[in-house]
Design a binder for this molecule. Structure first.
Ligand code: OFO
Length: 179
């Protein structure tokens, strides 16, 4: 009897699909968290920081969508993430940007671990797809770190907080330069 050869219908493994779905949750959480921070900043009169964070919330949503399309077109099923536990109030503008930095460092760790996994199992298509996220994290970490540094550089007394808020708006151009 002729032996039937069963070929898998896709290269994406279930394990990689699960990891990418977890990353989709992380990007969705980033988008929601930054939206919440933007809203808080707007209520406190930190206009430039609010605009910066609204824009970043949109970018995180785009990161999430990019992953969703990748998983689905690779034969998997991307799951719309449940996003819960978003913080709505903050004690200070400094706390907002320290939280952003901490969060971005966690996202970098997560991306790196999926990249490592893909390399180990020789899923070079996903490995290659994720390089965009590797570089994006590099830029986002720089942005967040520079934002936190402004608090010590300028100082929060007097018009300090107003100046910090203004400077936050200039960070995007700086991060693009150092990429
Ligand atoms: Fe999605 O780049 Fe930051 O979190």
């Amino acid at each position: 009897m002729k032996q039937q050869i069963v070929t898998p219908a896709r290269s994406l493994t279930t394990e990689t699909e699960d990891k990418l779905n977890k990353q989709i949750v992380m990007e969705g959480t980033s988008s929601a968290a930054y939206l919440s921070m933007a809203s808080w900043c707007e209520t406190k009169g930190y206009e430039t920081s609010a605009q910066f964070l609204y824009k970043h919330s949109e970018e995180e949503r785009m990161h999430m969508l990019k992953l969703i399309h990748y998983v689905n077109t690779a034969g998997g099923h991307a799951i719309q993430p449940e996003v819960t536990g978003i913080k709505h109030t903050f004690t200070s503008l400094r706390e907002v940007f320290e939280t952003v930095l901490h969060h971005e460092l966690e996202v970098t760790k997560s991306i790196n671990s999926i990249v490592d996994h893909c390399f180990q199992i020789k899923d070079f298509a996903t490995f290659n797809f994720l390089q965009w996220y590797v570089m994006e994290q590099r830029e986002e970490e720089t942005l967040a770190r520079r934002a936190v540094e402004l608090f010590d550089l300028i100082g929060e007394e007097g018009v300090g907080l107003w100046m910090i808020d203004q400077e936050i708006g200039k960070l995007e151009a700086f991060a693009a330069k150092v990429g």
